[in-house]
Design a protein around this ligand. Structure first.
Ligand code: F6P
Length: 323
């Protein structure tokens, strides 16, 4: 393994830069050349690739986003796209790739290896924390804290005006970010895609809260909830109940930006070093995960086959504490 390419793919997440830095510097340490690939798989197809050295990644451990930029690349999911990518890999003399992204990015990597023999290692980079085989993904901790701070701010104004707020949290098809941010922010109810939402039950929860003396309440809504967006659910509650003073806050892409927490920086740093070590040791088609406090190397399909981290006991904690 003489030359490794590194790219970020899918939605960006805080800590991706720390992971890039770790890959580049571990490469320098193990005397492997590192090439940065810009704009995800699209940059691989287009040959937007350049050599990086230890100094190229100075001062980025604390920066959100990704200096390599990122993209969701439809072309890579076609055999012709992967053929063009493999040509670039050969042209630049790259022996292995580190792919920082979600499970969709690993599916593409697996095909690239099967069809063209390119060694691929994945690092879980997404705020959604929805990758099987890893308790945490790079960016989740930062996004969770951002969402929690947003909920705290909403609570200030909700309490001042005796209002009910529906706060929408990202996570795509996963409610994990919502559950954790909701518990941390003391939400009265948390609606997630993993559990069907019944608007009448939400209304009853709000009535119970009112009966217990609550004058303002916060309902966290995961963006993938089956009953619709936070706006949809607030509208239904307005129409079907006496609760007319509702407001909606969609935290949105604020959750994707910002300086990564110490947890995300350390997770990304450890994982980046491990990815380089694994490629140097001849591993391929593996993702680096974290189980407990240990890093593990797992076959790519674990990422999508064991993806749900849904834990009903977390919702139970939220319900018990909404007293
Ligand atoms: O996967 C990360 C994520 O932020 C999801 O939580 C969200 O559904 C999606 O990406 C948003 O994607 P985009 O940035 O393309 O709007």
């Amino acid at each position: 393994m003489k030359r490794i390419g590194v790219l970020t793919s899918g939605g960006d997440s805080p800590g991706m830069n720390a992971a890039i830095r770790a890959v580049v510097r571990a490469g320098a340490y193990y005397k492997v050349e590192i090439y940065g690939i810009y704009s995800g798989y699209q940059g691989l197809i287009d040959g937007e690739i350049e050599s990086l050295n230890a100094r190229s990644v100075s001062g980025i451990i604390n920066r959100g986003g990704t200096i390599l930029r990122t993209a969701r690349c439809a072309a890579f999911y076609e055999p012709e796209g992967r053929e063009r990518a493999a040509e670039q890999v050969r042209k630049f003399g790259i022996d292995g790739l580190v792919i920082i992204g979600g499970d969709g990015s690993y599916r593409g990597a697996q095909l690239l290896h099967e069809e063209h023999g390119v060694a691929c290692l994945g690092l879980p980079g997404t705020i959604d924390n929805d990758i099987g085989g890893s308790d945490f993904t790079i960016g989740f901790d930062t996004a969770m804290n951002t969402a929690m701070e947003a909920i705290d701010r909403v609570r200030d104004t909700a309490a001042s005006h005796d209002r009910i707020f529906f706060v929408e949290v990202m996570g795509r098809h996963s409610g994990y970010l919502s559950m954790i941010a909701g518990i941390a922010g003391g939400a009265e109810d948390i609606l997630v895609p993993e559990r069907p939402t019944d608007v009448q039950t939400v209304i009853q929860t709000l009535r119970d809260g009112g009966d217990k003396g609550k004058r303002s309440m916060i309902v966290v809504v995961a963006e993938g909830d089956d009953a619709g967006s936070a706006f949809d659910i607030a509208k239904k509650v307005n129409e079907q109940s006496e609760f007319k003073q509702t407001r909606v806050t969609v935290i949105g892409h604020l959750q994707r930006g910002g300086s990564p927490t110490a947890f995300d920086r350390v997770l990304a740093s450890r994982m980046g070093v491990r990815a380089v070590e694994a490629l140097v040791a001849g591993e391929t088609n593996r993702m680096v995960g974290m189980k407990g406090i240990e890093l593990v190397l797992l076959p790519f399909p674990i990422a999508w086959e064991q993806r749900s981290l849904f834990d009903p006991s977390l919702l139970e904690v939220a319900r018990i504490l909404a007293m």
